[in-house]
Design a protein around this ligand. Structure first.
Ligand code: GLN
Length: 498
């Protein structure tokens, strides 16, 4: 039994403890493994644990500390980290939650993963997700559902459900997810943790299995805004292996303490009256607006007249890009192979039918149709025009405000099996999708528990391109009002879901 409370530690707390000799990185890794063993029996966030790699990384940190070189180690020295299973890490499988890649061994390490390791992170394992990141509940994973630590009968959200749940249950302080239409922000909201989708281009996607390449972005989950900012510091920057990645030398922790005095916070009236917005979520967001106003922010109404069309544009652009990206899983070069067919066409058909689950097949068939001759001009081309309109809406709105505050998810976490109709499931993302369409940064910040459901509720912050540090600044101000994310009672110190 560790002499320290592992689940309560922040990134700064780990560093301070290492410096003071309160514990070693090996003890941290062992405490993380013990915590995961106990809590994940209930939550099922992990698809693969890598204790040997974690302990080896911990020993390297301890050797540096012993040599008096803690200061030379990166910002995440000794911090246990985990990765959504669409991110390659040498020595692990990268399954994307799919039978198609059930046995796929990573051939190299994704840049985002490598950056956390270079920053001193201890790699603990790979985390569950909706198959190929298609979904909002982690129910489409081929390897079982992940449970929401706040209520084990509810979904953690998705598609990065394992990454959100691992943080919420106190198993890991930092995890990575990917967000194409809301897959970091919505599960962060359901699990009551911080989740950041950085501006498109801030984080390299090299080595992350692509879903929609013009929409995908990698970002961190954490229990505190500062931990998320420290993870951002490690993650961002140009990568010669991803031509969409941008240079960035921002310190995302620099203005967390500055407060919101004099900042202009935009509120979008159509979001606050959207159909399907649960009253307790709407009220929590209004309360957050009030609190920012009391803290000295100027609240301004902004219009996003075309945002209502974002969902339609996304379900054209997303499946079209997914269809192209997933064509590489041909059972020859990559992916499950159903052998013994007389010709290649039958082999493709049989392998892909067996390898992909229903939601992946739906997206592939939709994308194939949307890009076919004759249909392309009717859907794909107009969707790109709508994309330009939405991008312009955000550009105009950010002429009048520094950051937008909106709901992240229209509702709190739902029960397993509660939503079976794909269209209703897709509506989980009504407040997040337009941000991927426009490429802005967005993040989910916990606002405590809903007054009726007693489940986590949250707000979403949206920033102009490459001004993510201002979004984190507002998030830090909200965190001071509402308190940092807490562990659910069943997973509080020393408890693991019983
Ligand atoms: N839930 C959305 C979808 O199903 C978004 C997924 C994502 O961001 N990866 O496409």
């Amino acid at each position: 039994m560790a002499s320290f409370d592992y689940s309560a530690l922040t990134v700064d707390g780990i560093r301070a403890g290492l410096a003071a000799g309160d514990f070693s990185a090996r003890e941290i890794a062992e405490a993380a493994l013990a915590r995961i063993e106990a809590a994940d029996a209930k939550v099922n966030a992990f698809l693969q644990l890598i204790p040997d790699a974690a302990l080896a990384a911990a020993d390297a940190v301890d050797a540096a500390v012993a040599a008096g070189k803690l200061n030379e180690l990166g910002p995440l020295a000794g911090v246990p980290v985990g990765f959504k299973d669409n991110m390659n890490l040498l020595g692990t499988r990268t399954t994307c939650g799919s039978h198609m890649l059930e046995n796929y061994e990573s051939m190299y390490t994704a840049t985002c993963v490598q950056r956390l390791l270079d920053a001193g992170g201890l790699p603990m394992g790979k985390l569950n997700m909706d198959e190929f990141a298609f979904g909002s509940s982690t129910e489409t994973s081929a390897f079982g559902t992940t449970k929401n630590p706040w209520d084990l009968e509810r979904v953690p959200g998705g598609s990065s459900g394992g990454s959100a749940a691992a943080v919420a249950a106190g198993m890991l302080p930092i995890t990575l997810g990917s967000d194409t239409g809301g897959s970091i922000r919505q599960p962060a909201s359901f699990c009551g943790v911080v989740g950041v989708k950085p501006t498109y281009g801030l984080v390299s996607r090299y080595g992350v299995v692509a879903f929609g390449s013009s929409l995908d972005q990698v970002g961190p989950f954490a229990r505190t805004v500062r931990d998320a900012a420290l993870a951002m510091n490690a993650l961002v920057g140009h990568d010669p292996l991803d031509c969409t990645s941008q240079p960035c030398t921002t310190d995302f922790t620099a203005n967390l303490e500055q407060g919101v005095e004099g900042m202009r916070i935009g509120v979008v009236p159509e979001f606050m009256t959207a159909q399907g917005l649960e009253p307790e979520v709407g009220e929590a967001v209004l309360d957050a607006i009030q609190k920012l106003a009391s803290a000295g922010a100027e609240i301004v109404e902004v219009d996003l007249p075309n945002a209502a069309a974002a969902m339609s544009a996304y379900y054209v652009i997303g499946p079209s890009e997914a269809f192209s990206n997933l064509s590489r899983f041909d059972s020859v070069r990559y992916g499950l192979c159903d052998p013994g067919h007389a010709d290649l066409g039958s082999q493709y058909e049989a392998s892909r039918s067996r390898g992909f689950g229903p939601e992946a097949r739906r997206r592939i068939m939709l994308g194939s149709y949307l890009l076919s001759a004759g249909v392309y001009d009717t859907y794909y081309y107009p969707a790109q025009q709508v994309r330009t309109l939405i991008t312009d809406d955000y550009r105009m709105a950010f002429g009048e405000c520094d950051c937008i505050l909106a709901p992240a998810s229209p509702r709190t976490a739902f029960k397993f099996g509660e939503i079976t109709d794909p269209t209703t499931m897709h509506l989980s993302d009504i407040f997040t999708i337009s941000i991927n369409i426009a490429g802005n940064g967005g993040m989910s910040v916990p606002l405590g528990l809903g007054k009726d459901s007693k489940l986590p509720v949250s707000a979403q912050l949206i920033c102009p391109w490459f001004q993510d540090e201002n979004m984190l600044r507002v998030a830090a101000a909200l965190e001071r009002e509402y308190g940092a994310a807490e562990l659910p009672p069943a997973f509080a110190s020393g408890r693991a879901g019983e």
